[in-house]
Design a protein around this ligand. Structure first.
Ligand code: PEP
Length: 253
C-alpha cells in the first residue's frame, strides 16, 4: 500500500509570534504544490497566530502542538491540554519527544496517557521513540524502541493505532548533525512496522506512517525518504529555514 509521505517541522522553543508569521508566510508560498502531507509545530505562544495565517492563506499545512497534558483541565501550572490544542486549531500533537523524556522526565506510561488524551480530542498524535547512543552501542536499540512502542500504544485498539504516526528518532542523531544512515533507519523502521502488525493488525501496519527524525537536512533527505519503510520525516533544526524545509518536503515527493 502506498502511504502518503508526511513531513513535520518541530520548531521547539524557537520563534516569537512575528518570526513565526514570517516563516509561515514563506512556507505557505514554497509548499503550495507539495504532494506530501506537511505539518508544523510552533511553540504554544505562536499557535494562534500561525493558525490565523494558515486560515487566511487557505493553506493545507497542518498545525501541531509539541506536547500536551493528559488531563483536559486542572491545577497543572504551565501545562496545556489536548482539548486546548484542539480549541486553538491544532490538527495533532508531537508526544514523547526525546527532549521531553530526557529533560522533563517523561515516562513511557506518561506518553501513553497523553496519546489517549490526544486521540480523545481527535488530534493526530506523532509518537516519538528512539534509543540513546549508549543504548545503541550496547546493542539495545530494538529492546528500547520496542519497549517505548509497547508502552506508548498500550490499551489502544486497532482503530486507534491506525490514527497514529510513529517518529523513530535516535537520540544521538537529534540536533547533532549526525543522521542515521538510510540502512540504519530502514532496519529500525522495518522492525517498527512488524511490531505495528502485532499490536494493531495488518491494516494498521500498512496505514501508519513511520517518520525518521534526527538531523534530516536537504542533502540527506532523499536517501532517507527513499527507504521502503521511511514514510516521512520529523525535522527540527532544518524546519526553521523555509528554504531547507521546503527542499526536504520536495525530497518526499
Ligand atoms: C527533532 O527534534 O525532532 C529533530 C529531529 O531535530 P533535528 O532535526 O534538529 O535533529
Amino acid at each position: 500500500m502506498a502511504r502518503r509521505k508526511f513531513v513535520c517541522g518541530n520548531w521547539k522553543m524557537h520563534k516569537t509570534g512575528q518570526e513565526a508569521l514570517q516563516l509561515v508566510k514563506d512556507l505557505v508560498q514554497r509548499l503550495s504544490g507539495a504532494s506530501a502531507q506537511v505539518g508544523i509545530a510552533p511553540p504554544f505562544t505562536a499557535v494562534a497566530q500561525v493558525k490565523w495565517a494558515l486560515s487566511q492563506a487557505r493553506s493545507p499545512l497542518q498545525l501541531f502542538g509539541q506536547n500536551c497534558h493528559h488531563e483536559k483541565q486542572g491545577a497543572f501550572t504551565g501545562e496545556v491540554s489536548a482539548l486546548m490544542l484542539k480549541d486553538a486549531g491544532c490538527d495533532g500533537v508531537i508526544l514523547g519527544h526525546s527532549e521531553r523524556r530526557q529533560l522533563f522526565g517523561e515516562t513511557d506510561e506518561g506518553v501513553a496517557r497523553k496519546v489517549k488524551a490526544a486521540l480523545a480530542e481527535g488530534l493526530h498524535p506523532i509518537v516519538c521513540v528512539g534509543e540513546t547512543l549508549q543504548e545503541r552501542e550496547a546493542g539495545r536499540t530494538w529492546e528500547v524502541v520496542s519497549r517505548q512502542m509497547r508502552a506508548g500504544l498500550a490499551g489502544l485498539d486497532t482503530g486507534a493505532v491506525q490514527k497514529l504516526t510513529i517518529a523513530y528518532e535516535p537520540v544521538w542523531a537529534i540536533g547533532t548533525g549526525r543522521n542515521a544512515t538510510a540502512a540504519q533507519a530502514q532496519e529500525v523502521h522495518g522492525q517498527i512496522r512488524g511490531l505495528l502488525r502485532e499490536l494493531g493488525g495488518a491494516a494498521a501496519a500498512d496505514a501508519v506512517r513511520i517518520q525518521y527524525g534526527g538531523s534530516v537536512k536537504p542533502d540527506n533527505a532523499a536517501e532517507l525518504l527513499g527507504q521502503p519503510d521511511v514514510d516521512g520525516a520529523l525535522v527540527g533544526g532544518a524546519s526553521l529555514k523555509a528554504e531547507d524545509f521546503a527542499k526536504i518536503v520536495e525530497a518526499a515527493r
